[in-house]
Write a protein that binds this ligand. Structure first.
Ligand code: 6GU
Length: 253
């Protein structure tokens, strides 16, 4: 897949793109990340990308023209019908265009899976007090990464790229994504490694028993207890199986 990022701060992605999971996905040919500097589409020597809001008020607003010209050029470049300039991983269908904004719908692991199945994802990083409202209809959706305000959408874009890249085939070394938090609607069970006793704290005996069925049941039980304690909202949304009910009843005793 291709992920295109439209930003006014392209430098913020330099070291991020060198992170192992991203670099591996790129190396394996399952991902291409394209960083587009919106300023390149702002004309004149000042290249101004923002302006004061109509009606007054504090702060600046991102102008329509540089953002929408950058978006159009990005789509055109990646969706040309001619085979010229097209790589094997380039987009086959239309892009999914996302604006990153604290006013968006909450990001989730489910959304990460959906994004990982698109051929071309375009992420537009908002800045200043916001964007001209006429930009929003050009996106398919608005996404927020949580109930707090960031200075710009760049960190949010990096959160999304990281969570999507690790789901692409060949980007993680093993199948470790299937059992982790959120994949089954529960938080992950506690993990331990050597030594078996550290500063008097021992690893639970069951994990050293070699009994795989017992370990599986212990882990599921821990996941349930942890989720109920730390994320009552997730726990309430989770439909308990018969086995899970039994494991919780057993823990009560
Ligand atoms: Cl996507 N952008 C900004 N600027 N702030 C945020 C956010 C996005 N998600 C949470 N806060």
């Amino acid at each position: 897949m291709i992920i295109s990022v439209l930003t006014i701060m392209p430098d913020l992605f330099d070291s991020f793109l060198q992170a192992p999971v991203i670099a591996r996905a790129v190396r394996n040919g399952v991902l291409r990340v394209e960083i587009i500097d919106i300023r390149d589409y702002a004309p004149g020597s000042f290249r101004h990308i923002d302006d004061s809001p109509f009606g007054g008020g504090a702060g600046m607003v991102m102008r329509c023209q540089p953002v929408l010209d950058a978006l159009r050029a990005c789509k055109k470049r990646n969706h040309t019908d001619s085979s010229e300039g097209r790589r094997d991983i380039s987009a086959k269908s239309d892009a999914r265009t996302v604006i990153l904004s604290p006013a968006g719908t909450p990001y989730s692991q489910k959304k990460a899976h959906a994004f990982s199945e698109t051929d071309h994802l375009i992420l537009i990083c908002g800045h200043y007090e916001g964007m001209d409202a006429r930009i929003y209809p050009h996106a398919d959706e608005l996404v927020s990464i949580g109930d707090y305000v960031l200075t710009g959408g760049e960190l949010a874009a990096q959160v999304i790229i990281d969570s999507v890249a690790r789901l692409l085939p060949g980007s993680l070394r093993d199948a470790s994504t299937q059992e982790e938090s959120f994949e089954n609607g529960l938080l992950e069970y506690p993990q331990y490694t050597q030594p078996a006793v550290y500063e008097g704290e021992a690893v639970p005996e069951v994990l050293r028993s070699g009994d795989h069925e017992k370990i599986r049941r212990w882990r599921l039980q821990q996941s349930l207890l942890l989720t109920r304690k730390m994320r009552p909202d997730l726990f309430a949304a989770h439909e308990l199986t018969g086995e899970e009910q039994a494991l919780l009843a057993e823990a009560q005793q």
